[in-house]
Design a protein around this ligand. Sequence first.
Ligand SMILES: Nc1ncnc2c1ncn2[C@@H]1O[C@H](COP(=O)(O)OP(=O)(O)OP(=O)(O)O)[C@@H](O)[C@H]1O
Ligand SMILES: [Mg+2]
Length: 398
Amino acid sequence: MGCCSLFSCHRCGEERSEVDGEIGAIDNLKIYKYKEIRQATDDFSPEYKIGEGGFGSVYKGRLKDGKIAAIKVLSAESRQGVKEFLTEINVISEIQHENLVKLYGCCVEGDHRILVYNYLENNSLDKTLLAGGYTRSGIQFDWSTRANICVGIARGLAFLHEEVRPHVIHRDIKASNILLDKDLSPRISDFGLARLMPPNMTHVSTRVAGTIGYLAPEYAVRGQLTRKADIYSFGVLLLEIVSGRSNKNSRLPMEYQYLLERAWKLYEQNKLVDLVDSSLNGVFDAEEACQYLKIGLLCTQDSPKLRPTMSTVVRYLTGEKDIDYRKITRPGLISDFMDVAVRGPVATKPEKVNKHNNTSNLYSSSNGSSSPGTRENSNAYSSGASSAYAGNTFSSTI
Ligand SMILES: Nc1ncnc2c1ncn2[C@@H]1O[C@H](COP(=O)(O)OP(=O)(O)OP(=O)(O)O)[C@@H](O)[C@H]1O
Ligand SMILES: [Mg+2]
């Protein structure tokens, strides 16, 4: 447990008034009574539980006005979560877009910190499209559905990056944070790590947070955050959606394990079409699918400057703008920055698995211990990847 029971000590008492103060200052935010949330979830009955993430448990419930909601309950252990709770509310309570999850409101009563969202019927991309094998959801992700999902995510991100003022960098774009509604339209969720981009600034320096596999190397190494870091994560996600596999699959032979490396190799061999999900049984527009994969490669190029903006990505995906394929350069891979040989003995150690989630989140705290409530890393890589700590972090999480 990271702290004492959340609000029962002096330090936590300060946190409590900070939360109350910030919440009070937000206009148009619906505040739910704890009693209503309890009733909606039948007193947080396991039957109503639909998921668990770094923040805490998620329940499905019916609110008094009849709306079905996804109810995220901040776990008492999650000190980091209090900060994420406030960030999430500050960022999304004021903005609305058809490809962003909608926050109905929150509950801040006593020790309880709860977020209430619109419920999305078809779960997250990682639990459906990427779940694979027996756990696959039964949803048919045909080619046009996938293309629609890619365009929707790109539109949501373009809105955050270019239309909202100040611009928002999400910092945790990944399959588990893309939820699907009843028509399989995507909505970006989880704004707890988001950063607002002050006007006239080229980047913000910040502690590194996010999920290995989706992290742009220059951000992971130097902690300099720009919108291009989100664009890199989006590129990885795009490759995942077209190929129907996760960015890393340790069950595959070594040369197939890392999706981005595999995509680049196939691109160089002019065989990108081999990467398209075999579960489509060949029923897809091969030219368009390869174009999407190339856009994924454009977004993950090593040089952030060469990555297109999200509004350009939308135009590429919808065919409104032609891509100059001659310009695709090699992707940036975190392993390039590491002193340790990722393909050496270190990488054969078991992957770190978080208690709440089987993806490889960057959860190590600055003292080197692991805590599921800690999603930020005090720029472990800024001093170069040669330190034992950075090596440990990477070897246990990549
Ligand atoms: N608005 C929602 N509608 C329907 N289901 C949801 C909603 N929000 C979350 N869920 C479900 O709850 C699960 C957990 O979500 P949560 O965002 O807490 O964790 P995560 O994304 O899996 O992990 P992380 O903490 O790394 O973001 C999701 O995978 C999804 O199944
Ligand atoms: Mg999430």
